[in-house]
Design a protein around this ligand. Structure first.
Ligand SMILES: *[C@@H]1O[C@H](CO)[C@@H](O)[C@H](O)[C@H]1NC(C)=O
Ligand SMILES: *[C@@H]1O[C@H](CO)[C@@H](O)[C@H](O)[C@H]1NC(C)=O
Ligand SMILES: *[C@@H]1O[C@H](CO)[C@@H](O)[C@H](O)[C@H]1NC(C)=O
Ligand SMILES: *[C@@H]1O[C@H](CO)[C@@H](O)[C@H](O)[C@H]1NC(C)=O
Length: 532
């Protein structure tokens, strides 16, 4: 019996080694929050396909828990700040976005925003120190023999690490302010005449004043980001490499950019062979609900249910807002499932149940779901698109207002302003998306666009990751725009040359003409004089 056990163990071992030899060895850069929610399903699919996945995790992380059982291998690295520092920063950011911003002048907002960005950078470089400046860590990574690094570029430094390790790099990105990274580092074209800058709250249909604003928005944000982010990043990169280095250029060496958006959510825009659009990575079919929840949902009858969440960051709202929301919910015929961790509002109706946590995707995919009330985070919106559920948006900060504008423009949502929200307004908005056919039809149309493609976004992302490993990079997809200066890119040198030639020709022409003219006049005068 012992022998047989040994034998089967040997067979298993042999199988395992050949199996992992076929699979790649993938290193994943640390991420937080919704970025992690998006990357995780991709990593699970990669593991299912026989790849090994190692995730870099800082010792201070708000979302990654290395003690939780998982199929990834976690590689922890040290950071020199505490969880309290991190939480304080996040709270500061939330407070600014939710309460301070609307009472400030533009100048105050600008100064406060610069400070927040500087703080964010400070944390970013502290994380980087834990990897790039730790000899133990770099030695470990070099010995890891990784085939590829997968990262979100908003957490700076993965590109430099990939370069030092000499391995291909695949980025996954939702967006950056005014598409700064995409335009300047990935060379993704974004003509300001029809590509609205990220966070500008514009759509792709712009009149003259909006196009003017869009143009300025791109330019102003480029100046700000150059001044704060890129200047500091260049300094850090140069220090590590020991020679002057442009961080944006290093970022631009990434092999593939997986953009976490698609034409169900975004407006059509030009793209490059190495940029793929994979919005909705985490979406999946609904699973059955917990028994008591299913019972509550079924009790709604033909009226159906409404799913309500303001996201994981907003834990509580003011008592006043809580009561406004609760009494609006109490006035609709549907049953409501509200994810909320704050105090129970006094005006809560019998049709509304509060939960600390809800299986959001499973609820959105439930046949009884009529509408989704959301803060407008991309992940929630994508789940609603996936299942074809119309939305009421109560956006609060960051990209949420803009995300909801996309959905409103595509006719699948109504937006309610959080700050001036009244019970009647919220109630009417919910009734509108449920009772006016247009919203449901448009939500279903977006759902069809989302599903009608050769492969699911997750499989597509996995394909491009495996493609990059198979080809040891994807430099053959890289546009030469990376090698050009800004005046070459816009053909300004060619235009200047052509202009010079044209001017020269005009000059020659006028000179010759005037020369002939004088000659002619001269001769006339001479003949005249002779005749006299
Ligand atoms: C991490 O996961 C472990 C195991 O599931 C759990 O005991 C622990 O409380 C978690 N830690 C945090 C900070 O969530
Ligand atoms: C993290 O810090 C601990 C304690 O100082 C040290 O033992 C460990 O080697 C460090 N880990 C890395 C990856 O640098
Ligand atoms: C352009 O559109 C905006 C928003 O729809 C509107 O407020 C503005 O008046 C328009 N401007 C012109 C010049 O038509
Ligand atoms: C939310 O709760 C925290 C404590 O849990 C409290 O300090 C804060 O003031 C609350 N915010 C609002 C808007 O009620």
């Amino acid at each position: 019996m012992e022998l047989r056990q040994h034998l089967s163990l040997c067979v298993l071992l042999v199988l395992c080694t050949t199996w992992s030899a076929n699979g790649g060895n993938i290193l994943v850069w640390y991420t937080e929050g919704s970025h992690w929610i998006n990357i995780k399903p991709v990593l699970e699919t990669l593991i299912n396909r026989g790849h090994q996945v190692t995730v870099l995790v800082p010792t201070v992380s708000m979302f990654m828990n290395t003690s939780e059982p998982s199929r990834f291998h976690y590689e922890p690295f040290n950071v020199s700040f505490s969880m309290e520092d991190m939480k304080r920063f996040l709270e500061d950011f939330l407070h600014f976005s939710m309460y301070e911003m609307d009472q400030m002048s533009y100048l105050q907002i600008y100064i406060r925003f610069m400070n927040l960005m500087k703080n964010n950078l400070y944390f970013n470089f502290k994380y980087l120190d834990g990897v790039l400046k730790s000899e133990t860590m770099m030695k470990k990574l070099k010995q890891g023999n990784y085939d590829l690094l997968l990262a979100d570029p908003i957490y700076l430094g993965s590109d430099l690490t990939a370069e030092i390790l000499g391995i291909p790099l695949v980025f996954t990105l939702r967006f950056t302010l005014a598409h700064n990274f995409e335009r300047h580092c990935a060379q993704l074209p974004a003509p300001p005449s029809f590509v609205p800058a990220a966070m500008s709250k514009l759509t792709d249909k712009m009149n003259f004043s909006e196009r003017l604003w869009n143009f300025l928005f791109y330019a102003l944000n480029d100046i700000v980001l150059n001044h704060i982010l890129w200047k500091e990043a260049d300094k850090y990169y140069s220090e590590i490499k020991g020679k002057p280095t442009s961080a944006c250029e290093v970022m631009g060496r990434a092999d593939i950019w997986l953009m976490r958006t698609y034409w169900d959510f975004d407006f059509p825009r030009p793209f490059l062979p190495n940029s793929q659009f994979v919005g909705g990575l985490h979406c999946r079919p609904a699973k059955p609900l917990p028994e008591d929840m299913e019972e509550f949902v079924q009790s709604s009858g033909d009226a159906g249910i409404v799913v309500f969440t303001l996201g994981s960051l907003v834990k509580n709202i003011t008592t006043e807002k809580g009561n406004i929301i609760a009494s609006a919910l109490a006035q609709i015929p549907q049953k409501v499932l509200w994810r909320y961790a704050g105090e129970k509002p006094d005006t809560l109706g019998a049709n509304t149940r509060i939960y600390k946590w809800i299986p959001q995707n499973d609820l959105l995919g439930h046949p009884k779901t009529r509408a989704f009330i959301t803060h407008g985070g991309t992940n929630g919106i994508y789940e609603a698109i996936y299942h074809g559920v119309p939305m009421v948006g109560i956006p609060m900060f960051a990209d949420q207002p803009e995300n909801m504008i996309h959905m409103e423009t595509k006719g699948a949502a109504v937006i309610v302003d959080y700050k001036s929200m009244k019970t009647e307004g919220l109630r009417d908005a919910i009734n509108a998306v449920i009772n006016e056919k247009m919203y449901k039809e448009n939500a279903l149309r977006l759902s069809i666009i989302h599903h009608d493609r050769p492969t699911s976004p997750r499989d597509e992302a996995v394909f491009w990751i495996e493609f990059t490993m198979r080809n040891k990079g994807a430099k053959h997809l890289r546009v030469q725009a990376h090698e050009l200066t800004w005046y070459q890119y816009h053909s300004l040198d060619v235009l200047a040359f052509l202009l010079a030639v044209i001017l020269l020709l005009i000059l020659l022409f006028t000179k010759t003409c005037s020369f002939c003219f004088y000659k002619y006049c001269d001769r006339k005068k001479k003949t005249k004089r002779k005749a006299e």
